[in-house]
Design a protein around this ligand. Structure first.
Ligand code: ADP
Ligand code: ZN
Length: 326
């Protein structure tokens, strides 16, 4: 797709240094006026201040209804730039060029954009579907190993929730995935995106089916919050997947064998699977309870009956959660 109006590439300073100019030149070659803007890297930029600063830069830069925003970066950039695109002039189109594995397989697909609020993560936002998502697996060559692992946690989640064959293929290919074998990784990204996109297309606004993608995230979000966000999102999701797996076993929903496969796969990717020993239990339970307030009738979990067979809206009695602190 070749947009006609002015283009605003929004990136972070790290990704901008690596790929900003190249992309700017690429689009400018198509005859477009291309402005390159950046925010500092990291979750700390995912707030109203960044959005306001970017709005100002777009308005001063002559943004029009025929302009495009191009998000070049990880999930933070995608969420912020997408939200800027969703809100400026009541919404202009945007393109995602995700550069972390996590953003490629998860956050760039589905149209959820937004920022954090001092009272909680991702509380301010919109649904704004990207006009296109361009994934270039080559950019993963510069991605730090810990960020790569972070993305693998979401891949395992997608496979565990939606496709037992994909899960088994990941198990077979652990070594190639860890070493970043190009063909394996391209196939991995492809399948993860296709699975997620199929779910999102059936339930864009998360009224039903899309909730399966919250597998691992009920516990995951609570751990992430209780850690004061020192844990990366993918690490928290990995812990969430395995703790929720334990809960599913304890409740007699899932067989031990499937739980062991889940933990083994996450461990093979050097992802954490236990609640951190230093975790503040009170904070953790408070974060879980806060989730509860957001949903009528208590915290509802997505749990697995088997790999690839999720059950949505499971009420988990407190005793199964308290057992982790005894
Ligand atoms: P996520 O996609 O996990 O939400 P972020 O947007 O916070 O993560 O990006 C994680 C970090 O990785 C940031 O510091 C960002 O600048 C950096 N980063 C993103 N993509 C690349 C890349 N392709 N090469 C090197 N560093 C990258
Ligand atoms: Zn996630």
């Amino acid at each position: 797709m070749q947009p006609t109006g002015k283009l605003f590439i929004i990136t972070d300073t790290t990704v901008g240094r690596l790929y900003g100019r190249t992309l700017q030149r690429e689009f400018a070659g198509g005859g477009n006026d291309v402005v390159l803007l950046d925010i500092p890297p990291g979750e700390g930029s995912k707030n109203h201040r960044s959005v306001h600063a970017l709005h100002t830069q777009l308005l001063k830069g002559g943004v029009g209804r025929d302009s495009f925003v191009i998000a070049l970066g990880g999930g933070v950039v995608g969420d912020v730039a997408g939200y800027v695109a969703a809100t400026i002039l009541r919404g202009i189109p945007f393109i995602q060029i995700p550069t972390t594995l996590l953003a490629q397989v998860d956050s760039s697909v589905g149209g959820k954009v937004g920022v954090d609020h001092p009272l909680g993560k991702n509380l301010i936002g919109a649904f704004h579907q990207p006009a296109a998502v361009y994934v270039d697996p080559d950019v993963l060559s510069t991605l730090p190993a810990a960020e790569y692992r972070n993305g693998l946690a979401e891949v395992v989640k997608i496979a565990a929730a939606l496709d037992h064959r994909f899960f088994a293929d990941i198990e077979r290919n652990v070594r190639n995935i860890k070493s970043g074998n190009a063909r394996t990784v391209i196939d991995l990204i492809h399948r993860a995106i296709a699975l997620k996109a199929a779910v999102v297309m059936k339930d864009e606004k998360e009224t039903g089916l899309r909730k399966v993608l919250n597998l691992g995230h009920t516990i995951g979000h609570a751990v992430e919050t209780a850690s004061g966000f020192r844990l990366r999102h993918g690490e928290a999701v990995s812990i969430g997947l395995s703790v929720e797996g334990r809960i599913a076993c304890d409740m007699g929903l899932m067989a031990k064998k499937d739980y062991r496969r889940l933990v083994a796969l996450l461990t093979a990717f050097r992802l954490p699977t236990r609640l951190p020993g230093t975790m503040n239990g009170k904070k953790f339970l408070a974060a879980l309870a806060a989730d509860k307030k957001n949903e009528k009738g208590g915290t509802r979990f997505v749990l697995l009956k088997r790999i690839g067979q999720p059950v949505v809206g499971v009420e988990v009695p407190d005793q199964f959660i308290r057992s982790f602190f005894q």
